[in-house]
Design a protein around this ligand. Structure first.
Ligand SMILES: CSC[C@H]1O[C@H](OP(=O)(O)O)[C@H](O)[C@@H]1O
Ligand SMILES: Nc1ncnc2[nH]cnc12
Length: 286
C-alpha cells in the first residue's frame, strides 16, 4: 500500500471521518497487541489519510484500557508523519466556552495506570518532550479553524486525568490554580508515543463542558458532552478536513529524528528480541 502521510485519531463523538473516499479497512497487528479498531484508509481532497476511532467504533474502550502503543504503532506502520487528534475536553477557564476549539501546546500528567513508552525490555531511551506538540500540525488546526469560521485558540495546557470518573471539585479547582486550560483523559500518552515514534502530533480539543468548578452551573455529565459533540461534530469534521489540506505535502515530520540521541543503552547489549520488536522505530539507529 502507498504511504499514508496523515493519521487522524477521532475521540468521543467522532467515530468516522466524513468525506473519506476509496475507503479501505486496514486491520493491523502490532508487537504491542491490537489497536482500538481497524484503520479506515482513504483519500481526503487528494491526501491519503488513515482514520482511527480512539475508543473503537461504538466507544467500547475506556481511557485506561486504551492500547496507546498499538494505536500509535499502527500509524507508524502505515507511514504516517502527522497525527491529527480530535478530543472532547472540559474547560478549566471561563474564557474557553463549550463548542470552542483549543489547540493545547502543553500537558500536565495526572494519569497513573498507563504505559506511555515503547521502550523497556533491555533498551532505555529518554526523548525530549519540552514541546510535546508539533507546531506544524497545531498551526494547521489554527488556520483551519479560521477558514471554517470557528473559535480555535492556539496554546494552553491540557490536564490528562486517569478517569474514567470525572474530577472532584477540589481537583478541578487545583488544576485551575495551576493555570491549566482544558481537561481530558486521553491525549498525553498519544503525544509521548508519537514523539518516540518520530511522528508529529497535535490535538484539536473541543470544549464540551465546564467540568465541575463553575458555581451556579451543572457539573459535567456524559449527556452534556454528547449533546455538545452532536451539535458541533460537523464543525469538527470541517476543521479536520481543512487542517489536512493545510499540512505540507511529501515532507517528513519535524520530529523524524527525535530519537537520534535518545537511546542510552549500549547497542551491543540490547537483546536481539527487543531489537527485532522495535525495528520499525529504532532499527535505523542500531
Ligand atoms: C465522554 S466524556 C469523557 C471522555 O471524553 C474524552 O474522550 P476523547 O479524548 O477520546 O475525545 C475524554 O478524554 C474521555 O475519554
Ligand atoms: N470535564 C472533563 N473531564 C475529563 N474529560 C473530559 N472530556 C470531556 N469533558 C471532560
Amino acid at each position: 500500500m502507498d504511504k499514508v502521510e496523515i493519521g487522524i485519531i477521532g475521540g468521543s463523538g467522532l467515530y468516522a471521518m466524513p468525506g473519506l473516499s476509496g475507503l479501505q479497512e486496514v486491520a493491523i497487528e502490532t508487537p504491542f497487541g491490537a489497536p482500538s479498531d481497524a484503520y479506515m484508509v482513504g483519500e481526503l481532497d487528494g491526501r491519503k489519510v488513515a482514520f482511527l476511532a480512539r475508543h473503537g467504533r461504538g466507544h467500547r474502550i475506556t481511557p485506561t484500557e486504551l492500547n496507546f502503543r498499538a494505536n500509535i504503532w499502527g500509524m507508524k506502520k502505515l507511514g504516517v508523519e502527522y497525527i491529527l487528534s480530535v478530543s472532547a475536553v472540559g474547560s478549566l477557564k471561563e474564557e474557553h466556552k463549550p463548542t470552542d476549539f483549543v489547540i493545547p501546546d502543553q500537558f500536565i500528567d495526572r494519569t497513573f495506570a498507563r504505559i506511555g513508552t515503547f521502550f523497556g525490555d533491555g533498551v532505555v531511551a529518554h526523548v525530549g518532550f519540552g514541546d510535546p506538540i508539533c507546531s506544524v500540525v497545531a498551526k494547521a488546526f489554527e488556520t483551519a479553524c479560521k477558514e471554517v469560521g470557528v473559535v480555535g485558540k492556539l496554546g494552553g495546557s491540557y490536564v490528562c486525568i486517569e478517569g474514567p470518573q470525572f474530577s472532584t471539585r477540589a481537583e478541578s479547582n487545583l488544576y485551575r490554580s495551576w493555570g491549566a486550560d482544558v481537561i481530558g483523559m486521553t491525549n498525553l500518552q498519544e503525544a509521548k508515543l508519537a514523539r518516540e515514534a518520530e511522528m508529529s502530533y497535535a490535538t484539536m480539543a473541543m470544549v464540551t463542558d465546564y467540568d465541575c468548578w463553575r458555581e451556579g452551573h451543572d457539573d459535567v455529565t456524559v449527556e452534556q458532552v454528547v449533546a455538545v459533540m452532536h451539535q458541533n461534530s460537523g464543525n469538527a469534521a470541517k476543521v479536520v478536513r481543512a487542517a489536512v489540506a493545510a499540512l505540507p505535502k511529501g515532507e517528513k515530520s519535524p520530529f523524524a529524528e527525535a530519537m537520534k540521541f535518545a537511546i542510552m543503552t549500549d547497542k551491543t547489549m540490547i537483546p536481539d528480541a527487543t531489537k527485532k520488536k522495535l525495528d520499525l522505530l529504532i532499527g535505523k539507529y542500531l
